[in-house]
Design a protein around this ligand. Sequence first.
Ligand SMILES: Cc1cc2nc3c(=O)[nH]c(=O)nc-3n(C[C@H](O)[C@H](O)[C@H](O)COP(=O)(O)OP(=O)(O)OC[C@H]3O[C@@H](n4cnc5c(N)ncnc54)[C@H](O)[C@@H]3O)c2cc1C
Length: 387
Amino acid sequence: MPINTNFLIIGAGPFGLSMSAYCLQNNIDHIVVGKSMDFWKNNMPEGMKLRSAFDWHLDPAGIDTFEKFILDRGLNIDDFRPVPLELYLEYADWFSNQKDIKPIDNMVTKLYYDEVKSEFIAEMDNGDMIKSDNVLLAVGFKYFKFIPDEYSKQIPEDKYTHTCDIKSFSKFKDKKCLIIGGRMSAFESAALLNESGAEEVYISFRHNTPVFIESDWDWVTPLLEKMSESPEWYGKLNESEKDKIGKRFFGEGRLKMEPWLKPRLESDSIHVCPDTEITKIIGSDDGKLKVNFNTGDHISVDQIVLATGYKVNMHDVPFLKNGNILQSLKISNGYPELDSHLQTSIPGLYATSMLATRDFGLFFGFTVSVNASAKIIGKSLLKKIGG
Ligand SMILES: Cc1cc2nc3c(=O)[nH]c(=O)nc-3n(C[C@H](O)[C@H](O)[C@H](O)COP(=O)(O)OP(=O)(O)OC[C@H]3O[C@@H](n4cnc5c(N)ncnc54)[C@H](O)[C@@H]3O)c2cc1C
């Protein structure tokens, strides 16, 4: 017998949990599936510190905030700047308990849409079937790790790893490593590699070294509140207005790095190589990789770490590829086309987080947007079910 629900939330990361909290608060019948905070537990490195602070919480009602979690424990917020990854995971756990959110710890293997019945059918990895009128894709980043062909073609498979697949840097102890990429994740990986005993760490990127200045995110929250109050507002901005917001966010998020990272990079073993391009990588019999740069320099390393980020392509989501959704879904440049309520071209199918960054701005790639996302989608659901 299939399980029936009004709203199936696929994903139990920050976006899925926040959506569930909104549904519980507004009596929207729903089910959350997925492994709770899986990406944060298994695809971020041990010892990582967050870029975000305490004001980015999970509760659309603004009650069970990150600050409340800390203060209820008698702890001092100032002792946790920057926020350790483990603390954020504890907060997410506490938040789920407070709200009584219980994700079903199974994965969707196929998703179908029955156009005649306007109904979705999710096949689960334990054989269960879930029928739902509405579905949210809150699957985050993991399916979209970006490995440029130029590297995957040149480097033997066992000699490179995407940052997404590194839980602990200790396996690189006594190794010479090259990190390709020049943003926060690359620099934090360099610090963690060095602290884990890597012999040498090189960081190569094609641009200037980002500056170590605290990012100013204060303007983002009011913007997201405006979006949640009138979901059409952002979509109606003209391209140059959107571009201005996008550039400001890019400037804060990508051109700056957190000042607390700087002292951790001041080591004779870390070599920062800005404005460099790799021209060739050659493997040799001793297991080393010879890396040539456009500057004429070359280095010899044991391992390459790709801090090359993420790139959305809906065709990379296995349960979509294995079902029938992609046949009718409108996709632009890999992303789903979304209306002002984060709804795709298939009525009842919503998409958020990284999938929404094309139409809703880069801040949807960060947890600062979880509450806005829940409210924008929630309003659409409440309208449908007459709430
Ligand atoms: C290195 C790094 C550092 C970051 N630091 C920060 C930071 O400091 N602050 C910040 O705000 N953001 C940060 N981010 C971004 C942050 O990770 C994302 O904003 C956030 O994880 C997106 O949340 P999500 O809920 O969409 O997905 P995720 O957290 O990625 O969770 C995805 C969920 O989907 C589930 N899922 C996937 N496939 C299926 C399936 N087939 N069936 C069922 N469930 C499925 C998973 O089990 C999981 O529960 C960072 C990202 C990276 C890569």
